[in-house]
Design a protein around this ligand. Structure first.
Ligand SMILES: [Zn+2]
Length: 422
């Protein structure tokens, strides 16, 4: 039965070539229908190969392993399929393996039709600390011909893994499931005396948690969101560094928080993340196309929160930032001249970031079209006059540089907002 489902899914699979490139669908004119659609659930379980003494599992939040087949002694093929299609080419996978005896095994990762092996594996012995699997243990099949983006990626990959009786985790990116994200929030909240509230629930009943940095009565407000798209862990890392700096104990941060309050939703799509989705939420929808129709609970919760908070405080949201990941680092602002209540804020910020990082030339792609709003940035600007930007980090950007960018981004933004006169 499991196999049959997978075959059906493989046959009906289509990756949108356009969506691969245009993370933000910047010039999309046609409103995307965001009415919920069915999703394919992976079967959770243990996959035991007694002849080899090797055991696989996808029984943890964030796992994705659709099907596994033994192809020879200590050799396996794992098929990874998406939650539904069409879908962006961000084939997330995560699984765990152990062996009675220490040995080397071979695991081939295969993807349906147009999808390729996008993410080079991260591995972990405890599910908490991760590092990249050394390239010498990865054999790429049908290599890409391009130098960047989807064209640069191979069709499949064979991983050579050393396994023993202790579990080995293999994941497309570092595993940042809801439990891990919420633990980070709780730790930071405790350390910095922040409030955490629930602004709603996802389709599967997971909390949509928001952290408040600063005085909840403050009239100058900004919003930070991330993980609308489950695999986009590098953008999430930048968000963490950004938020930690604003919540931190620097002189600048303390000064900033006298007037400003920052609201943060670190995990917009907890269902998608915990189910190991490639892109969508439990409604089978790309949340970052739902900021016009608001058919999904996650986007609706943020919309209602923004309205409520402005009404409650008599204040205003001036800035909104949405963290994502894509093939390379890039900033997606709106074009100069399409602005809200603090014109040029975003462009001055980008200039200052460039000055603050020696020899760094940020890649910037401005968007011209505000409506239909569909994506968060456009909604923030259209509905609240917020200056807004999409902050994208590359899949493979060095993790230390991500942290640096997040932190410098926070410092430069706080400097500008403290000086700004509203
Ligand atoms: Zn994204």
């Amino acid at each position: 039965m499991k196999k049959l489902l997978s075959v059906i899914l493989l046959a009906g699979f289509a990756v949108s070539a356009l969506a691969q490139q245009a993370e933000q669908a910047p010039e999309a004119v046609r409103l995307v229908d965001t009415t919920s659609r069915p999703i394919e659930r992976q079967q959770k379980g243990k996959y035991s190969f007694f002849e080899d003494g090797v055991f696989f599992s996808n029984e943890f939040d964030g796992a994705r392993l659709t099907q596994i087949e033994r192809t020879g002694k200590d050799s396996y093929t794992i098929t990874i399929t998406p939650e539904n299609a069409p879908v962006n080419m961000s084939p997330w996978y995560a699984f765990r393996v152990r062996s009675i005896k220490k040995k080397e095994i071979s695991v081939k990762l295969v993807y349906p039709e147009e999808a390729k092996h996008r993410y080079s594996p991260q591995i972990s012995r405890d599910g908490v600390r991760w590092h990249p699997l050394d390239e010498k243990f990865i054999t790429e099949e049908e290599k890409g011909t391009g130098t960047s983006g989807p064209e640069s990626r191979p069709k499949r990959a064979v991983l050579q893994l050393t396994v023993d009786s202790k579990p080995l985790w293999i994941s497309a990116q570092e595993l940042e499931n809801s439990a891990k994200v919420f633990a980070w929030m709780d730790d930071l909240a405790k350390k910095r005396n922040l409030q955490i509230a629930e602004i709603g629930k996802s389709t599967e009943g997971r909390p949509l948690r928001m952290m408040t940095i600063g005085d909840p009565q403050a009239k100058k407000m900004m919003l930070v969101i991330s993980r609308q798209h489950p695999p986009e862990v590098t953008g999430y890392f930048a968000m963490q560094a950004f938020v930690e700096e604003i919540a931190g104990d620097s002189k600048l941060a303390k000064e900033f928080r006298k007037d400003w309050t920052v609201y943060v939703v670190p995990l917009m799509n907890p269902d998608g993340v915990d189910n190991g989705h490639w892109r969508h939420n439990a409604g089978g929808i790309d949340l970052n196309r739902d900021w016009a129709m608001f058919n999904q609970p996650e986007t609706t919760a943020v919309r209602e929160f923004l309205k409520k908070k402005e009404a409650e405080t008599g204040g205003k949201f001036y800035f909104g930032i949405d963290f994502h990941s894509t093939w390379n680092d890039i900033y997606y602002p709106m074009e100069r001249g399409i602005s809200g209540s603090m014109p040029d804020l975003v462009w001055n910020w980008l200039d200052n970031i460039q000055k603050a990082i020696p020899n760094y030339k940020p890649k910037i792609q401005a968007n011209k079209r505000l409506e239909p709003t569909m994506v968060s940035r456009n909604y923030f600007l259209k509905a609240h006059g917020m200056e807004a930007i999409v902050f994208e980090i590359g899949d493979n950007t060095p993790r230390e540089f991500i942290e640096k960018k997040g932190k410098i981004g926070a410092v430069e933004l706080m400097n500008l907002l403290i000086d700004a006169k509203q």
